[in-house]
Design a binder for this molecule. Structure first.
Ligand code: NAP
Length: 255
């Protein structure tokens, strides 16, 4: 138990996948959770209902990121839901992957969009969140293992590299306020972003790359994010934690 009763949290991209798992766990630990999402109203409603049915508190915040005025829209909904309370925990989780944005095929438009959602939005959400955050607050950025292993979709991996840099800089500048800033870096995790995992052979091949021998589940990531949000992680800041079941630890050869 991490004991977040009385705390408030914003999780971006909380309607599905990893963000949903983070929001549900934060709600179970007692935080009031702002469940942000882009367009999938029914998925967001379902997350809010699940948190409430487990005795927690949550409200939805709809705001498409990567468009003009996105941060204003998000904070209008957030501040209405918080109703004058501060924001203790920010989780920058929402992101998009563009499987066409390779070095051969990426267009400037694809680049602008991926960076607007994955980099510009978390930067300016954080800027605004810091005005609502008391000393001792928590910021957790959800990055990716593609910052250290190579994939063809270079635009996505570049955007996640930028997020890791943001974490380090923020941890440095916000330390004086006792705000910790960390990155959780998932490996391959079963979500809608990885629809290709529904191919059993692909899933098996990926599982074989991890020491723990399976693909990640959203809760595997969510539980670690909530650790960083908790008082237990009070002395950890500026770090990137790889949460991937031991991906690529070495060759797996039968002897
Ligand atoms: P996902 O299943 O595709 O869910 C994405 C979430 O982000 C949804 O809640 C979605 O809202 C929201 N979202 C997407 N684009 C948005 C936009 N333009 N504006 C507002 N909201 C938007 O993603 P996921 O796999 O859980 O990924 C979560 C995080 O983990 C991301 O940062 C991702 O890069 C990272 N990650 C994932 C994996 C993996 O294997 N899945 C691996 C490494 C890192 P709607 O429901 O409204 O569309």
């Amino acid at each position: 138990m991490t004991g977040l009763t009385g705390k408030t949290a914003l999780v971006t991209g909380a309607s599905r996948g990893i963000g949903r798992a983070i929001a549900e766990r934060l709600g179970a630990e007692g935080a009031l959770v702002a469940v942000h999402y882009g367009s999938n109203d029914s998925a967001a409603r379902d997350v809010v209902a699940t948190i409430r049915s487990n005795g927690g508190q949550a409200f939805p915040v709809r705001a498409e990121l990567g468009v003009d005025g996105d941060v204003d829209t998000l904070f209008a909904g957030l501040e209405t839901g918080l109703d004058g309370r501060p924001l203790d925990i920010l989780v920058n989780n929402a992101a998009i992957q563009d499987y066409d944005a390779t070095i051969e095929a990426a267009t400037e438009k694809q680049y602008e969009h991926v960076f607007a959602v994955n980099v510009r939005a978390p930067l300016f959400i954080t800027q605004r969140a810091l005005t609502l955050m008391p000393n001792g607050g928590r910021i957790i950025n959800v990055s990716s293992g593609v910052t250290w292993f190579a994939i063809p979709e270079v635009v996505y991996s570049m955007s996640k590299g930028a997020l890791n840099v943001l974490t380090r800089s923020l941890a440095h500048t916000q330390g004086a306020r006792g705000i910790t800033v960390n990155t959780v870096s998932p490996g391959v995790t079963e979500t809608d972003m990885n629809a290709w995992l529904s191919d059993g052979e692909a899933a098996q091949a990926i599982a074989g790359l991890a020491a723990l021998g399976r693909v990640g589940k959203p809760a595997d990531i969510g539980d670690v994010v909530v650790f960083f949000a908790s008082d237990d992680a009070r002395w950890v800041t500026g770090q990137v934690l790889e949460v991937n079941g031991g991906l690529f630890l070495g060759p797996r050869v039968e002897r």
